[in-house]
Design a binder for this molecule. Structure first.
Ligand SMILES: [Zn+2]
Length: 322
């Protein structure tokens, strides 16, 4: 094939995904593999190999690459292009931009995956023609991205919208993946909802109803997942609905804090927990947010973009590097 290409890379908790696009941002081909994290340079080596496979598949030359955008959960050091004690990867430092720059001799930029997603929302999704938008992912973790007055917020190290680490519980009952207590993500993210359910059930005297949660409390919480709570709530389990409502109240505190901080006109929501349970997640937020913010409540909706949103944002960033 002829022409120039841009590359988008999405470093997730489980997968490394790479996409090649043309200069209009249209994805031409994608590649993914389970992430390998046994050494500091293993992730970048993996990305380089996946890129080379794609370039060969499409019959492009490495010299046709005009820029590479990498999106990952943080925290990160944007200037150095590396992750620093990332919550999803069991390594102290993960250099990403440097090794790719050395290999392909092009500009490479590392951004937070929530930042990448809000960029995609602004270019291709519900945020087109809007100047003040926030994207929030409720997934394995909780993250975000912000466009304010038309500007993408990055911050000095690239960690400007780490909303999952907003403190929502001053009593600090549950511990976050970052090691601190009381953070939003420690309560309402997919990986931590089971801890929240366990804490609530241990501290409550469940009435003798036919709630399945009473049996689970007796049997133990091994293997209990966020999905189980939402499935029970959908089946009408009284205590499960109560806990989903309480999670919704905590999410409302998070959304209210975001509203106070960034004054958005639109908050779009993605991530597996929200996408699989749109009503059970969004309805409690919408009904309770006003209790916690003095600002005008923004429109809150599920993102219309699919799981490729982070890749699209990374490509958009790569194209802006030209
Ligand atoms: Zn945290």
């Amino acid at each position: 094939m002829e022409g120039k290409v841009a590359l988008g890379v999405d470093i997730g908790a489980t997968w490394v995904r790479v996409a090649v696009s043309d200069t209009s941002g249209e994805i031409l081909a994608k590649n993914k593999e389970a992430i390998r994290t046994s050494g500091e340079l293993e992730v970048s080596s993996q990305v380089i190999r996946l890129v080379k496979e794609l370039i060969a598949e499409l019959s492009f030359q490495e010299g046709d690459i005009i820029g590479i955008g990498i999106a990952s959960a943080g925290p990160m050091n944007r200037q150095k292009g590396e992750l620093v004690t990332p919550s999803n990867i069991p390594l102290e430092v993960v250099p990403l931009a440097g090794p790719l720059k050395d290999e392909f001799n092009v500009e490479v930029e590392l951004i937070n995956d929530g930042v990448s997603a809000v960029l995609a929302e602004s270019r291709y999704g519900a945020g087109q023609e809007r100047e003040n938008i926030v994207y929030i992912t409720i997934s394995t973790g909780i993250g975000g991205g912000v466009i304010m007055d038309g500007n993408l917020l990055l911050g000095k190290n690239g960690n400007a919208a780490e909303v999952g680490h907003f403190t929502i519980d001053e009593e600090e009952k549950l511990k976050c993946g970052c090691g601190r207590k009381g953070h939003w993500e420690a309560y309402c993210s997919g990986s931590n909802i089971p801890n929240f359910v366990e804490m609530k059930l241990k501290n409550s005297k469940l009435q003798e109803t036919n709630s399945r949660l009473i049996e689970i409390k007796k049997e133990g919480f091994d293997g209990f997942q966020a999905k189980d709570l939402f499935d029970l709530a959908r089946d009408g389990d009284e205590h499960a609905l109560e806990l989903v409502g309480e999670l919704g109240r905590l999410n409302a505190i998070g959304f209210a804090t975001v509203t106070e901080a960034y004054d958005p006109e639109l908050i779009t929501v993605g991530g597996g927990v929200a996408l699989n349970n749109p009503d059970l997640i969004l309805n409690p937020i919408k009904s309770k947010i006003k209790r916690y913010t003095q600002n005008e409540v923004p429109e809150i909706r599920i993102t219309p973009l699919d799981e490729n949103n982070v890749l699209y944002g990374a490509i958009a960033r790569a194209l802006s590097l030209v």
